[in-house]
Design a protein around this ligand. Structure first.
Ligand SMILES: [Zn+2]
Length: 123
């Protein structure tokens, strides 16, 4: 029986199954990555947490789409009505609305169907 160490890795001999990205794609991916990383920092900030809670309170913990009242704030999303796409001005200025997680997912999917540009986490 062959020892594990004697087995050749099969991965390198397999043909590539994904398109190999050119430098333009890499630049684009890198720009996208830094945009999402930056907005992730904004979402983690105390400033955002305060702003988000203010929006949930203003909307009385009620989803603006389906009207569901949700007392657990972890199940509510302070949604950017206009997608910010990493734009700091839009991120902080809003407008915002309170959405439940399921309405937010539907809204996000609908927006992605309209604009297939990949993007990061939405809140
Ligand atoms: Zn809803």
């Amino acid at each position: 029986m062959a020892k594990l160490a004697n087995l050749k890795p099969a991965l390198s001999s397999m043909p590539p199954r994904l398109n190999v990205a050119g430098p333009a794609d890499e630049r684009e991916r890198s720009a996208f990555r830094s945009r999402t990383e930056v907005s992730q920092r904004w979402y983690n900030s105390a400033k955002w947490k305060k702003l988000r809670l203010g929006v949930l309170l203003r909307d009385r913990f009620t989803c603006r789409i389906c009207g569901k009242i949700e007392p657990r704030t972890s199940k509510l999303i302070c949604d950017h009505i206009v997608p910010h796409r990493g734009n700091e001005e839009l991120f902080w200025s809003g407008p915002f609305q309170c959405l439940c997680t399921s309405c937010h997912s539907s809204k996000k999917q609908a927006e992605e169907r309209r604009d297939p540009t990949p993007r990061g986490v939405w809140y």
